[in-house]
Ligand binder design. Structure first.
Ligand code: WTA
Length: 676
């Protein structure tokens, strides 16, 4: 690694601001290098020091990290601090309240979808609410090791219930509240959850979503499949339907099943606010979070207690250079990994004050983000490139109405950020004073793996820069050969770090096949990557059959399966096409049965089908009628060609393996120019 800019003084490089360096945890590049070197050369000692900050009912002894990444040997596994006993919830709440005397400190400023709806929650209040919920879950029959599905909007009860699970040793499986009933059902069945926590409904912007109705449909679906494991459904009454009185309540007409459903108010509010935590092994499961899989069926990514605690805590502290007077805001939803790691666990482990935001960036006005930053004096702000690109469209005027001088560090996550959006974020939002930390990571990595540190790393717009402590990235070519120096290829990791996933829930074979089989000895991310002359990493995007729409991963196979369920569809193929706000969007080719016409009605039906099967995030942008799909002589769909057609690229590359070249001509002549 060399100091960036030395070799090419023309390159656009942003140096860390002096004022940040004065009291930063990692104040300069040399300190980063020293710590990084230690984390790689003496990992046992490095992580033992980190572990000392936390409470252990039984302290770690023996080896910190044990693993096998080589799929050709017996079974891939990762174990961190096995044998030590602790509790996640105790470490992120009781430890702050009892040992660090942070009970009166604000844990969350909750800001609802409608301005004016808000709540301040201190660490001791949070602890009490979590204990009540933990006791209520126990009353409902939840025991250590049981799985609890949580399908809630961004309300405090989401944090209470996930931490309540962590407290009693239950495994939470949070399902983003934008997913459809079938997606929810599939996840409930895969993890065999005993309890579902949901809400009556929620407003996203002005749109009313009847979550209880969707939950009922999901449970009905499980019953139809002969796999109804959920015995109790705990239902939160959403604040919006209390405040607005009976009118909205009637509109919701919360469907109720007296055998199974219980109101949160009735069992949680009356429960005791004390609950002794369950002491768990470091390697006991903490949660399952589903992520799209290239076969179409989502994978239950499994994380365990101690490694995830240490890793989310340390990355949060260093990547956002967290200090006790900070107000931190991550705009993600807890239904995704970013929310798990950097709204709940990482910030709480550091005793941070966070904003917990339920709404959307453009409701009730396009300056909502900037208004909230001003209101709470947010100093560290973390959002997604898609949100930045969306807000960029409205220009600088909405920003100028608000005081953003409290900001110190800006972060981005979820997809590659284009330099134009990076520069706008840096200039218009950060007024050129705030480093932009472009954090690359995955549901599977648990926390940031490639990222700048705000006071130590010189920045290049569009690059996730350098590895975090304990992380050893490599770039391989198609043959699995490691490339040195400037190179482009597959991004893989040579060694585990504490926060890496431990498995695919209930499916060791899929775990090994997905992440370790292609290049034995390495964890394969599925992303392409380039390393420049300074050793900086640039993520070039997915190189498997995954799409990244607004920072959400989708598999082409799952969208194709949804389209193919429509009775008019004979075959479907889905590819990505660049989109100015979403990053990528879905371009679908459908071959219709009986030469049917792709009219407006059918187009709408197809879109609805995808929304029902997966959720609104997967709604196709383009649907093109394909009388036939381009295939190889062995019958494989040539997605590369379809991608080029969707992108309107003139050069379609090598077409010699194509069975019938006429197919391509027809598709080219009927390309969709405008979105469906
Ligand atoms: C992509 C989200 C470029 C990448 C935390 C990865 C990124 C996938 C970045 C994981 C980034 C995430 N730059 N690409 N900073 N962050 N990605 O599991 O393709 O929802 O593999 O985790 O998002 O998405 P996931």
């Amino acid at each position: 690694m060399v100091v960036p800019g030395q070799q090419d003084p023309e390159e656009k490089i942003f140096l860390p601001p002096e004022d940040l360096r004065a009291n930063a945890h990692v104040p300069d590049f040399n300190s980063y290098l020293t710590l990084y070197k230690q984390s790689i050369e003496e990992p046992e000692e490095f992580w033992r020091n980190v572990a000392e900050e936390f409470y252990w009912q039984e302290p770690p002894s023996g080896q910190m990290l044990q693993y096998n990444f080589d799929v050709t040997k017996d079974g891939v596994y990762i174990k961190f601090m096995e044998g030590a006993k602790t509790n996640m919830c105790y470490n992120v709440l009781d430890r702050n309240v009892l040992d660090l005397k942070l009970g009166e400190k604000v844990a969350y400023h909750w800001e609802g979808n409608s301005p004016g709806h808000r709540l301040t929650i201190t660490y001791s209040q949070l602890l009490k609410q979590v204990c009540r919920c933990a006791n209520a879950l126990k009353q409902l029959g939840v025991k250590k090791g049981d799985r609890v599905a949580i399908y809630l909007p961004m309300i405090p009860e989401l944090v209470y219930s996930m931490l309540a699970c962590a407290r009693i040793g239950a495994v939470h499986s949070i399902v983003f509240a934008g997913f459809s009933s079938e997606s929810l059902a599939e996840r409930i069945m895969d993890a065999q959850c005993n309890v579902l926590v949901t809400a009556d409904g929620v407003y996203r912007g002005e749109k009313l979503i009847n979550l209880k109705q969707i939950s009922n449909e999901a449970l009905e679906y499980c019953r139809e499949k002969g796999s109804l494991t959920v015995q109790k459904c705990l239902v939160v009454k959403h604040y919006a339907f209390r405040i607005n009185g009976n009118d909205t309540c009637n509109k919701l007409q919360t469907p109720w099943n007296a055998d199974c459903d219980v109101w949160w108010d009735e069992v949680v509010e009356s429960a005791s606010d004390e609950c002794i935590p369950e002491w768990l092994d470091a390697e006991d499961p903490l949660f399952i979070l589903y992520t799209s899989g290239s076969t179409g069926k989502p994978k239950g990514v499994l994380h365990t207690v101690a490694g995830y605690l240490l890793y989310t805590s340390l990355t949060f502290k260093y990547v956002f250079d967290h200090h006790h007077d900070d107000v931190y805001w991550c705009t993600a939803d807890i239904g995704w990994i970013t929310g798990h790691s950097y709204i709940t666990y990482g910030p709480l482990a550091n005793g941070a004050t966070s904003v917990l935001f339920e709404g959307i960036p453009v409701y009730p006005h396009v300056g909502r983000f900037w208004e909230i930053i001003e209101k709470y004096r947010v100093s560290k702000f973390y959002t997604a490139p898609t949100a930045i690109r969306l807000l960029m469209k409205y220009g600088r005027e909405p920003l100028q109405k608000f005081d953003l001088s409290s900001l110190r560090v800006l972060g981005t996550v979820g997809e590659p950020i284009n330099p134009e959006a990076w520069l706008w974020y840096h200039d218009a939002v950060g007024h050129g004073r705030c480093p932009v930390v472009d954090t690359f990571w995955q549901t599977e990595t648990g926390g940031h793996v490639l990222t700048p540190l705000p006071a130590a790393t010189a920045l290049k717009p569009g690059s996730a820069t350098l590895p975090f402590f304990g992380v050893l990235p490599c770039i391989l070519n198609e043959h699995g050969e490691e490339l040195e120096g400037e190179a482009e290829g597959y991004l893989v990791f040579r060694k585990p770090w504490p926060g890496i996933m431990r498995g695919v829930y209930g499916n060791q074979e899929r775990f090994e096949n997905t992440y370790f089989k292609k290049f034995p000895g390495f964890y394969v991310t599925g992303d392409g990557c380039r390393r420049d002359k300074d050793g900086y990493y640039w993520i070039t995007g997915r190189i498997d059959d995954m799409l990244n729409v607004s920072g959400h991963l989708l598999s082409t196979a799952e969208v194709e399966a949804a389209l193919s369920e429509h009775s008019a569809v004979a075959e479907a193929a889905v590819v990505s096409r660049p989109h100015t706000v979403k990053g990528e969007c879905l371009y679908c080719f459908v071959t219709l049965k009986d030469c049917r016409e792709l009219n407006h009605t059918l187009m709408e039906e197809l879109k609805r089908k995808v929304r029902e099967k997966i959720g609104p995030i997967a709604t196709p942008d383009f649907i093109q009628n394909a009388p036939a799909l381009p295939k190889t002589r062995s019958g494989k769909i040539m997605r590369r060609v379809l991608r080029q057609i969707a992108r309107n690229e003139k050069d379609l590359g090598d077409l010699s393996t194509l069975a019938d070249p006429k197919v391509v001509e027809v598709l080219l002549s009927q390309r969709c120019e405008a979105a469906a």
